[in-house]
Design a protein around this ligand. Sequence first.
Ligand SMILES: NC(=O)c1ccc[n+]([C@@H]2O[C@H](COP(=O)([O-])OP(=O)(O)OC[C@H]3O[C@@H](n4cnc5c(N)ncnc54)[C@H](O)[C@@H]3O)[C@@H](O)[C@H]2O)c1
Length: 336
Amino acid sequence: MDGEGKIRVLITGGGGYLGSIFTRKLLSKGYSVRVIDPLWYGRDPIESCVGQENFELMQEDIRDLTAVVKALKDVDAVVHLASIVGMPAANLDPRTSTEINYLATRNIAELCSLYGIGTFLFASTCSVYGAQPGKVITEKSPVSPLDVYAETKYKSEKAIYQVYEAPTVVRFGTLFGMSPRMRFDLAINLFMAKALSKEKITVFGGSQHRPFLHVADAADALAFVLEKNLDGIYNVISENFTIMEAAERISKLTGAEIEVSNAIVDKRDYVVSAEKIGQFGFTASRNVEYAVKETQEAFEGGKIGDYREPKYSNYESLFSSKEIQAKVYTQGPIFK
Ligand SMILES: NC(=O)c1ccc[n+]([C@@H]2O[C@H](COP(=O)([O-])OP(=O)(O)OC[C@H]3O[C@@H](n4cnc5c(N)ncnc54)[C@H](O)[C@@H]3O)[C@@H](O)[C@H]2O)c1
């Protein structure tokens, strides 16, 4: 599948950290793109796409079945990214996270099957593997989700397989790097922001291994599986390293000091193999050093104000704005 014949793709969550890059990528390849996203974290990341010939924005919620039915009209493929992303944000209200991450996902996959839409591609996460220190994890390894976020993503994977014949599931490592919708609530991005703001990098624990991937490589991987028509489950990562190694690599380039805290909240610990997708010819090409350089340029170019602003964090956006809460939490704002 390539964009030449104007393949029509629906991207859910296309205004997000990954979605805003992936949307641009598909547009540049000649695809027609429709995005469904209520843009909880702002419209800026997708604004420059609005008005382009092959682009359509539906500022709607995937929990609204009528909106989803409309969004699926005349599409050839669905790339499903919409979600309450990350453990802290998903923990805020597990019921809402389950509605969005799991129930809406199941509905969309089932509708894709009903309408004969040829491709359903779901963005899942290596977080489904939980804590499995000392093992190299493949797609065949057992899963062990540790929190609401990972649980809803894994339940979704299972549901998709029940209602859609041959889906594609990509399990991404933790993403990093610059995007039109920047997130500084991701480990490497937060380390880079602190280092570039002349603060110490705080490492919680440090010996936990994690798989990482640049966000632009994640977008490349989505385009790759779409173009190759791959179905099945694929781990997609670039490198595994410890949280301490991440901090040290950033410190080496920026001179930032590292401080260690033993208050470990996030117990995920795993080394993941991306050999399966590699055998089809996909390799990630951007490393942490590349990300430090682009982030430094963004800071120096004045593109990032204060990295602590709520808009850069899913948890802070949802927690601190009554306006956003009123839309996300359909039974009314639940926090002070
Ligand atoms: N960022 C990572 O490290 C990472 C790692 C593994 C997997 N993933 C997966 O990749 C996908 C994208 O993550 P991201 O980092 O871009 O997150 P993000 O929070 O930046 O983007 C999610 C987007 O989904 C939208 N959304 C939320 N609820 C919605 C709803 N009810 N209806 C429609 N849209 C809704 C949001 O407005 C946002 O634009 C997610 O499915 C996530 O689980 C991300």
